[in-house]
Design a protein around this ligand. Structure first.
Ligand code: ZN
Ligand code: ZN
Length: 241
C-alpha cells in the first residue's frame, strides 16, 4: 500500500510547468518544461532595422532600407530594438510566469536567449538600463523583472531611470492612449550619468514601444550618444496592407 501511496503523492505533488501546467519531468531544471522552451519561435529575418518587427519577405526587395512602414512614418529616439520573438504562445506564458507568478529563476534562461537573439542590439553597449517599475509596484512584486533580465546579459547594468508616477499597464490601454500614459513618467536618477554612453534599455515586453520611447528620450536628453532596446518579447504590429 505504501508504494501506491508514494506513487500517488509524487504524482499529486509534482510541480507543474509554470507555462503549460503539465507536470514537470525534471523539476530541478527549473519551473518551465523543456517542451515549452523548445516551442519558443524566435523572429527570423528580414526584420525592420529599427524596431525589429518581422518584415514580410515579399516586400523587402522593393525597400531601399529594411525599415517597416511604421518606422518610416515616425522618428524614434531608439536607434534599434530587438526581441527574442513575438509575445505569443510559449514565450508569452514564460514571460507571464516570470512577471506575475514571481518565477524569478526564469530570468536567467530568458536572458541567455536574449543574448543570442538580440546580439545586434547589444553589441558594443556601454551600459544596460532596465526600464524601472514604480516603487509601489516593485515592492508588491519583490523585484523588477527588467532588472533581473538585464543582469544576465553580460554588460554593466545601471539603474539610471526612475518612474515618477504609477502608470496603468500599457496592455490595458487602447493604442492611442499609450504615449500619453507614459509621457513624463520617467526621469534620470540623481547622480546617474549617461553622457556619451551607448545605452541599451532592457524590458520584458515591448507592447507599442511607447514606454521604451519615453525612456529613450530621457536618456538622449541626458546626453546618451545612442539608445537601443532589447526585450524578451515584442507585440508584433500586424500590417493592414
Ligand atoms: Zn511546459
Ligand atoms: Zn520598424
Amino acid at each position: 500500500m505504501r508504494g501506491v501511496a508514494d506513487a500517488l503523492l509524487s504524482v499529486l505533488l509534482a510541480p507543474a510547468c509554470a507555462a503549460c501546467e503539465v507536470p514537470l519531468d525534471a523539476p530541478t531544471r527549473g519551473p518551465v518544461c523543456a517542451d515549452c522552451w523548445s516551442r519558443i519561435v524566435p523572429f527570423t529575418p528580414p526584420l525592420c532595422g529599427h524596431c525589429g518587427d518581422p518584415l514580410p519577405s515579399w516586400r523587402v526587395i522593393s525597400l531601399d532600407a529594411k525599415i517597416c512602414a511604421r518606422c518610416r512614418r515616425a522618428a524614434s529616439a531608439l536607434l534599434r530594438a530587438r526581441a527574442i520573438g513575438a509575445y505569443e504562445g510559449s514565450l508569452r506564458s514564460i514571460v507571464h510566469a516570470l512577471k506575475y507568478d514571481s518565477r524569478r529563476s526564469l530570468a536567467a534562461p530568458l536572458s541567455a536567449r536574449m543574448r543570442r537573439e538580440c546580439a545586434d542590439a547589444l553589441d558594443g553597449a556601454d551600459v544596460l538600463v532596465p526600464v524601472p517599475l514604480h516603487g509601489r509596484r516593485q515592492r508588491a512584486r519583490g523585484f523588477n523583472q527588467a532588472e533581473e533580465l538585464a543582469q544576465g546579459l553580460g554588460f554593466p547594468v545601471r539603474l539610471a531611470l526612475k518612474r515618477t508616477r504609477p502608470t496603468p499597464s500599457q496592455t490595458d490601454l487602447p493604442a492611442a492612449r499609450r504615449h500619453a500614459n507614459v509621457r513624463g513618467a520617467f526621469r534620470l536618477r540623481r547622480r546617474a550619468d549617461v553622457r556619451g554612453l551607448r545605452v541599451v534599455l532592457v524590458d520584458d515586453v515591448c507592447t507599442t514601444g511607447a514606454t521604451l520611447e519615453a525612456c529613450a528620450r530621457v536618456l538622449r536628453d541626458a546626453g546618451a550618444s545612442e539608445v537601443r532596446a532589447v526585450t524578451a518579447a515584442r507585440v508584433v504590429s500586424r500590417p493592414r496592407e
